[in-house]
Design a binder for this molecule. Sequence first.
Ligand code: FE2
Length: 364
Amino acid sequence: MSEFFPIKRFDHLEFYVGNAKQAAHFYANRFGFTNTAYRGLETGYRKTASYVMEQGDICLVLSTGLSPDHPISQSVLAHGDNIAVIALEVPNATNAYREATGRGAVGAIPPTEERDDRGVFRYAAIHAYGDILIKFVERSDYAGVFAPGFQPRQQLPIQNNGLGLKSIDHVVGNVELGAMDRWVQFFADTMGFSLSIHFDDKMIATESSALMSKVMQDSAGQIKLPINEPAKGKGKSQIQEYLEYNNGPGIQHVAWTTDNIIETVSSLKASGVQFLHVPLNYYDKLEERVGKIDEPIEKLAELGILVDRDRDGYLLQIFTQPVEDRPTLFFEIIQRQGSQGFGEGNFKALFEAIEREQVRRGNL
Ligand code: FE2
């Protein structure tokens, strides 16, 4: 309701990585993305190399610094490969920046214009938790590929949608103990987001650890940014493990939607993506818990896909193992069949699965 400036959609997520050329292969060959644009030494850009990767409506930019003092190199040194920028497409980047900074957001990149023969590309950015930037991108006056300086690579196949990943459902951040409410307030005060769901530590607790989570979203419910903080338990919260290895707050996971999770996850597994293991007894009383669903339960059990239901419908979801050596970033694949929740009914099974991995890493 109280949005201070309009937001069209997630524009892209920018990853800061140690070797973007190799990361591009990982996201292409494992996750089915297509490299659609590139900027680097060969295009006359001397500071960084960036690969634009697309699939469905999802756009990732993989960037690497070409010198040790570049901020991207510094970020990778501190955090390992990480998602550093959440870019939102807005009708007017200058306006979004002024509205947000006028309400207390700290500016990171003042309104900037870049132009080439395909038009004008405008952007600006503010600081969020950790070293994360929220970037406002205005591309309505720009007709070129991605942004000025980028050259086209492969065309995104129109018929072939990669492995069926379709759009960004939500982007989750982990912050320090006690900091969650401050960042909830930040998104409310500076961007007009509102709290849609609150999970306290009683809802998200296992034998040994706990976390708390609040979901902030824009008034259209299109941009969902949950924020987690660790909670006290017998053992180390998975959020605390993240904070230690990421060297501070950052993005924990991104959920990508699919219209056919069985096909998408089968393809991802065939290409080598590793998922969290769910014990088979999870499926024993599944139908009692979630009622009738369209998908065959044996198939879900074989792939390790979780199911949850709320009053609006159900959802199917699965989580990858961390995609880095540091136990930090991972991905979620989600198919929503009406439910707008986050799989609350799966939290216990899910966190027990994460904790088994924490034990394997010697971190619980
Ligand atoms: Fe999620």
